[in-house]
Every structure is written in C-alpha cells, then in structure tokens.
Design a protein. Sequence first.
Length: 115
Amino acid sequence: MQYQNINMGASKTDHFTDQQNAIAMLCKALGHPARIAIIEYLLKVETCICGDIVNELPLAQPTVSQHLKELKNAGIIKGEIEGNSICYCIEPQSLNAIQAFLGDIFNRKAKSNCC
C-alpha cells in the first residue's frame, strides 16, 4: 500500500499570538445572549451561585448547563463543587483581559483620524 505525504498545514490559530487566541476564545464564549445574561447575573449577585442561575433564565436546565460549561471552559467563570451542586462565580482575570483589550481598541479609535 502506498501512502501519500500530505501536509495538513498549520491550524488557523497557529498564525496568531497566544494573546490574540486567548482574547478570541473569551469573545467567542461571550457570543451568545444567554451567556451574557449569566455573566450579568453573576456580577449582580456578587457571590458564588449554586442553583439559582436556571431560575433566572428562560431556558431549560440542560441548556443553561451547556452555557455554563462554555463559560467555564473559556475561563470566564469558575465552578466549584459544594455538596451535590456546583457553585459558579466570575473569574476576574478573564474579565480584566477583555476589559484591557476593549479599552485598547477604544483608546486607539479615539486617537485615530481615520474616516
């Protein structure tokens, strides 16, 4: 049997810096209104929440769990097991990274003389 040497090439993310990939992952995780609602709720209550998130959203529990998983995988929230449930809270470092990135964009735009 003859094998071809196929160069699969670099993945699309290999062409960007670690910081660019990290910010893109954070922004992608925030790219759904349910996830924005979860973040707003966690910021409002200013504490770790164990089961109340499902009651705050017009979504089924499995759907909320999937959104929480996406936010956790991106590092935007933390989840710690307490008894039979998982308590979620904001991961401040990830929000600081998003704030710094967006702040830089707005600062550069304010200084730009472009159209």
